[in-house]
Design a protein around this ligand. Structure first.
Ligand code: PEP
Length: 249
């Protein structure tokens, strides 16, 4: 196995949940524990971004507009996330792909825009259940990756975090087994390595889909799993903390 210096990362995706009280609870919980072995990111809904104080964790948005500014009611510009101290943004989440008809090309566009503004994309890929069942999931994921590689080039993956999130495991309680997660993470790395093996080796790849305190250690101990993108469990500060502590040291 090639040496790497990938730093583990755990990101919490609050989705359209949470409130001001949760910000307080999570800040209090995290202030008592050393989490310096892992990069932690919290991605609350946009209105709450300004409610966080200086923390041991970074902030991320859950989306950006594919426009830079202008007459686009209801949208949020990438520059606004920067101004609100975000360092990351979730892009290509399966819920946005489904609810907002985001295509691979649109997601790739947004990844390019985030990089232009020095925001790290948490770029999500992952297959629905029927594609898992018919065995076409490697091709499906390769297509999602290829759209972004085509738009920003392989070198940009130095500054992109990939999250593998099988759709059948998101919010369902049906976690991928550590072996299933590892198999796809290794595939993603090999796919990037066809173009640049160093970049593939250094790229941080997260697993997402019903990660909990009780399964995080096993998932994160897989060689190509560098951390997690956490939905439901990130709304419980104690659970989220225990997931962060499960990251590799
Ligand atoms: C997610 O929404 O990115 C996610 C992984 O959700 P959950 O952890 O609830 O499955």
């Amino acid at each position: 196995m090639q040496m790497n210096n990938r730093r583990p990362l755990v990101a919490g995706n609050w989705k359209m949940n949470g409130n001001l009280a949760l910000i307080k609870q999570i800040e209090e919980t995290f202030s008592k524990t050393d989490i310096s072995h892992v990069d932690v990111v919290v991605c609350p809904p946009f209105p709450y971004l300004g409610g966080f104080s200086d923390n041991d964790f970074a902030l991320g948005g859950q989306n950006i507009s594919h426009f830079e500014s202008g007459a686009h009611t209801g949208e949020t510009a990438v520059s606004m996330l920067k101004e609100m101290n975000c360092q990351y943004v979730i892009l290509g989440h399966s819920e946005r792909r489904a609810d907002n008809y985001e295509s691979n090309e649109l997601v790739a566009n947004k990844v390019g825009l985030a990089l232009k503004h020095k925001l790290t994309p948490l770029f999500c890929v992952g297959e629905p259940e029927d594609i898992r069942d018919n065995g076409q999931f490697f091709d499906f994921i390769a297509e999602q990756l290829n759209a972004v590689i085509k738009e920003v080039g392989i070198a940009a993956f130095n500054d992109i975090v990939i999250a593998y999130e099988p759709i059948w495991a998101i919010g369902t309680g049906k976690t991928a087994s550590p072996e299933q997660a590892q198999e796809v993470h290794a595939f993603i790395r090999q796919h990037l390595a066809k173009q640049d093996s160093n970049i593939a080796n250094q790229c941080v790849i997260l697993y997402g889909g019903s990660v909990k305190g009780s399964n995080a250690v096993e998932l994160f101990s897989q060689p190509d799993v560098d951390g997690g993108l956490i939905g439901g469990a990130s709304l419980n500060p104690e659970d989220f903390l225990s997931i962060c502590l499960a990251a590799k040291r």
